[in-house]
Design a protein around this ligand. Structure first.
Ligand SMILES: NC(=O)c1ccc[n+]([C@@H]2O[C@H](COP(=O)([O-])OP(=O)(O)OC[C@H]3O[C@@H](n4cnc5c(N)ncnc54)[C@H](O)[C@@H]3O)[C@@H](O)[C@H]2O)c1
Length: 259
């Protein structure tokens, strides 16, 4: 296999692996030889991902839990080391959708919830992942931010703020552990057809295609992304051949950042 796509000696941890990007990335890394530690708070969805991978002969362990709890973050890293002896890759992907509404109606509970999952979950995950990777003098962390982490997020201020925090955490971590050969980067997808977006709650009247057309109106490519278009970039960023990219937030956005 091409060295850029060969993950056969890699151990990768992915949060939010029951659905969307996390699930698709788990398949993509397993197909390329990685051994996986998968997590989600959706036990049933997580088990489905695990069964798919095991059905194809992949090696995988899993843990049900909430990323906003530090004990879960610590237990996941411990599981990787106990089962596979190391942790090469960690993808802090689990996240919740924005609660939609104007900032003048923002309530403290929504803000706390967004920060608890979308920012604290990433921070606590990294804390424990970086400890083991720094000791190994090797590792790559990928945090899933969003285009909402790079610009204003009208009607989703608390989500946008939490996703900006993910980029701040990514840069700080990259500077702190870069000298130990641990790279930390973030990916910033535009709207993508995962269950978070391709979801009837966004349009109770039903027409998801219309919702997607509206979401994509301002995008130069005039469409939202397909899941594999984001996951392929995740694989590129985590590639064993990608050894000098550190501390960067990469938009994958059909040209939105060029506007
Ligand atoms: N889909 C998009 O348009 C889009 C765009 C930019 C960024 N993102 C980000 O991508 C990431 C993945 O989202 P997705 O689009 O695949 O959505 P998704 O809803 O399909 O997947 C998110 C997963 O995270 C899990 N999860 C949520 N809260 C959790 C918690 N507290 N503890 C453990 N697991 C939890 C869910 O159960 C789910 O399996 C999120 O961080 C999201 O903010 C998504």
């Amino acid at each position: 296999m091409d060295v850029l796509l060969d993950f056969s000696n890699k151990v990768a941890l992915i949060t939010g692996a029951a659905s969307g990007f996390g699930e698709a990335l788990a398949y993509a890394l397993s197909e390329r030889g990685a051994r996986l530690v998968l997590a989600d708070y959706n036990a049933e969805g997580l088990q489905q991902t695990v069964s798919q991978i095991e059905g194809k002969g992949g090696e995988v362990v899993s843990l049900v839990g909430d990323v906003s709890e530090e004990a879960h973050a610590e237990a996941l890293v411990k599981l990787a080391v106990e089962r596979f002896g190391k942790l090469d890759i960690a993808v802090n992907n689990a996240g919740i959708a924005p609660t939609l509404g104007p900032m003048v109606q923002l309530d403290a509970k929504t803000l706390d919830h967004q920060f608890s999952v979308n920012a604290k979950g990433v921070a606590l995950g990294m804390k424990h992942q970086m400890r083991v990777m720094a000791a190994q003098k090797d590792g790559a962390i990928l945090n899933v931010s969003s285009m909402a982490g790079l610009g204003g997020t009208p009607m989703g201020s608390s989500y946008g703020a939490a996703k900006h925090a993910v980029i701040g955490l990514t840069k700080t971590a990259a500077v702190e552990v870069g000298s130990m050969n641990v790279r930390v980067n973030a990916i910033c997808p535009f709207f993508t057809a995962t269950p978070m977006v391709d979801n009837p709650h966004l349009n109770p009247n039903g027409d998801l295609e219309e919702v997607n057309r509206n979401l994509a109106r301002g995008c130069p490519m005039k469409r939202i992304a397909r899941v594999e278009e984001i996951v392929n970039v995740m694989v590129m960023m985590l590639s064993p051949g990608n050894t000098y990219m550190n501390g960067i937030a990469v938009p994958v956005d059909g040209g939105m950042a060029a506007m």
